[in-house]
Design a protein around this ligand. Structure first.
Ligand code: INI
Length: 190
């Protein structure tokens, strides 16, 4: 192509800038932390498939406490089913009291379209809460084909999806605290 050929012309290399001087562009590498002491979290957990969601809740709570979050800094809200999670999450996010909201639920595919509709509503609804309020919202809602899959993801251990959602919430909450500090003069040091 025309553009490439112009660079391949003899003598063009000499006109390219030589990058022998190290670049001193300001760099920012901002990450969340695994320690969330002082952060406040809300957990919304649905009662439907409670034998599974209680496992998710246990994984999420333990993970928050292990990350240094105070017991008093965790607010727990129960809703009937996954369909009700987004509106409760929105209410909590809009209070401005929480650094992140963790949503926990369990949908197990049945023989009808019910699963699809609720899964779609819950996942979209939860994402919308996050992007419209600006508060990190973690998605810990299982959507499995079988009960065995749900059990495997709610048992204690690294595969627990409540734990995974809590880890994401911790990372995002601590990340947003750092990003918030960027608004203040000199990164909040003034
Ligand atoms: N809610 C769930 O959280 N998981 C399910 O698997 C489920 N199924 O299969 O029906 C479910 N239904 C209830 C739904 O979330 C609402 O609570 C209900 O429709 C009332 O609004």
């Amino acid at each position: 192509m025309e553009y490439n050929r112009s660079f391949e012309a003899p003598g063009d290399e000499a006109r390219l800038p030589t990058l022998t001087t190290p670049r001193t562009l300001p760099q920012m590498d901002i990450r969340g932390s695994v320690v969330a002491t002082g952060c406040r979290f809300a957990i919304v957990v649905s009662r439907f498939n409670e034998e599974i969601t209680s496992g998710l809740l246990s994984g999420a709570r333990t993970t928050l406490l292990d990350a240094g979050v105070g017991e008093d800094d965790v607010t727990l809200v129960h809703v009937p089913g996954a369909f009700e999670i987004p509106v409760a999450a929105r209410h909590l996010a809009e209070t401005g009291r929480f650094d992140a909201v963790i949503c926990l639920g369990c949908l197990i595919k049945g023989d009808t379209m019910h699963f699809e509709y609720i899964a779609e509503a819950a996942s979209r609804g939860i994402m919308n809460v996050s992007v419209t309020t600006g508060v990190p919202v973690a998605f810990g809602v299982l959507t499995t084909l079988t009960e065995e899959q749900a059990v495997a993801r709610s048992e204690p251990g690294e595969g627990n999806k409540g734990r995974e959602a809590a880890l994401a919430a911790i990372e995002m909450a601590t990340l947003f605290k750092k990003l918030g500090a960027l608004h203040a003069p000199h990164g909040g040091a003034a």
